[in-house]
Design a protein. Structure first.
Length: 485
């Protein structure tokens, strides 16, 4: 089959982007001068960490900070690796989201081969009211093109970060609007001193008067049955065991129990919603996730790697459902030359053929809101996409201190500005029913390009405005508050 010229051009563009990134990785870069070059060597390239002193942690316990460091008291360090370990330790502390600012400095001791490490932190505000107004599927730009306040979620709650000063979090959340959700949880409870073994718990009650009945013409078609008070009910109980053998590695083992029920009318109009016309499913679900996170930031990374793979089994010890799911998420970030950065993400999902409509993933709904296809809903049992971008640093990170505001947790605001050019491509499998439902984007090549301005600011917020156009001819201006991929 002869491909359209637009598709050929987009494929060539993506290969050029990837090729440029690979060439950039092989280019020479200027070495960073170590801050320890001034320390007297005495003919020895080994240094000893004589002590670590921590300042500014009024709530956070020392052991939480020490757990994130690449070195500990008494460690011997090769001089050539000191700067790298210090920078990596700062990144680890920044990614905890416990501190606004982290500074690591050193103090040589009388012994020329040892030093004292000083760590100064400025803690964040840890008790936050959870208040938000957002589209139920996380797709703001789709909602703006067809505003409907019946499809908005209003969240009210409270979350205590860094509970007991131990990097734990406790939250209670009430969501009303399209989704009626009440949930309570307690995350990252350490069960031993090294904090390598953690537990998390969550209980959720989820009810909806409406919902997405099916996808037609790659648009969501909603349930709106007169007199139906509850189209969907679900009770969910979840426990997560986390094993963190190293700072950048996590192993999550999750067991959950769900009891979900839909109205008879939903099953009548879409028998595949729960599968085979079922109106209720009870299931025990198991999943395992391996995650390696070597990024320099968790919300706007510019350097490093990220890898996550998940295996999920739904319907253990149950005849209601029998679902297998695999998810792969790989990302790389590189500085290719001063102030210019490259980023790329490859994401893929595979579900078995017995997966009902309710459990499928959708391009155009969270977590797969991909620029270029935010005005479409592409639901499938198998989908994947690649996102690539080049970022130019217009304004380096600056810190604005509001001297008249005598509140240390809020009187310093950091901000940076980036111009971002991006190109995306993807594919979602097609079912036999997609032809009848005119879902032409299922089974078709997907691709889009665009440009955006990112304003990176306080408390991990990224404000963005962008323009994008896909190969199907859809183009639009988008806005959002997001976390970069």
């Amino acid at each position: 089959m002869k491909m359209k010229p637009e598709i050929n051009r987009l494929i060539v563009l993506l290969f050029l982007l990837i090729g440029f990134e690979l060439r950039a990785q092989n280019s020479d870069s200027l070495p960073n001068k170590s801050i320890f070059d001034t320390v007297r060597q005495g003919g020895d390239s080994i240094f000893i960490v004589s002590d670590i002193v921590i300042y500014g942690n009024k709530k956070t316990k020392d052991k939480i900070i020490l757990r994130e460091l690449e070195f500990q008291r008494g460690d011997t360090i090769d001089k050539a690796k000191i700067q790298q370990l210090i920078e990596k330790s700062k990144q680890n502390l920044d990614k905890t989201s416990l501190f606004n600012y982290v500074t690591l400095t050193y103090q040589p001791m009388d012994d020329s081969n040892s030093f004292l490490m000083n760590i100064a932190v400025e803690e964040r505000w840890y008790i936050w009211p959870e208040v938000s107004i957002a589209p139920h599927n996380g797709n703001l730009n789709e909602w703006l093109r067809d505003p409907d306040f019946g499809k908005i979620d209003y969240s009210f709650g409270i979350k205590k970060y860094n509970f007991r000063g131990c990097k734990e979090s406790v939250y209670f959340d009430i969501r009303r609007g399209f989704n009626n959700i009440t949930q309570i949880g307690y995350n990252d409870i350490a069960i031993e001193k090294s904090r390598k073994n953690l537990l998390s718990f969550m209980v959720q009650i989820h009810k909806r008067k409406s919902g997405v009945l099916k996808i037609y013409d790659n648009k969501a078609k909603y349930i709106d049955f007169e007199g139906v008070n509850r189209a969907f009910n679900e009770y969910k109980y979840e426990m997560i065991y986390t094993y963190r053998p190293k700072i950048n590695i996590k192993n999550n083992f999750t067991v959950s129990y769900t009891d979900a029920q839909i109205h008879d009318s939903v099953a009548f109009y879409n028998p595949d919603y729960f599968g085979d016309g079922k109106t209720r499913i009870k299931s025990v679900n198991l999943s395992y996730t391996f995650q390696f996170d070597n990024r320099n930031s968790s919300y706007y990374p510019l350097d490093g790697e990220f890898f996550r793979i998940t295996a999920w089994k739904g319907g253990l010890f149950s005849n209601d459902i029998d679902i297998y799911k695999g998810v792969l998420d790989m990302r790389i970030y590189r500085e290719i030359c001063p102030r210019i950065y490259f980023a790329s993400q490859a994401y893929g999902v595979i579900l078995n053929d017995l997966t009902p409509f309710h459990f499928r993933e959708t391009i155009g709904a969270k977590p797969n809101v991909v620029p270029g296809y935010e005005n479409r809903q592409i639901s499938a049992k198998r989908l994947g996409y690649i996102q690539t971008s080049y970022k130019f640093e217009i304004l380096k990170t600056h810190i604005w201190e509001i001297k008249r505001l005598n509140v240390p947790k809020f009187n310093k605001i950091h901000y940076a500005l980036y111009f971002n050019f991006f190109a995306n491509c993807g594919y979602a499998s097609a079912e036999a029913s997609d032809a009848d439902d005119l879902n032409r984007m299922n089974g078709a090549f997907l691709g889009a390009i665009g440009a955006e301005i990112d304003f990176v600011t306080y408390y991990d917020r990224v404000l963005t405005v962008y323009y994008t156009k896909n190969i199907q001819g859809d183009g639009y201006v988008g806005i959002g508050i997001k976390t970069a991929f």
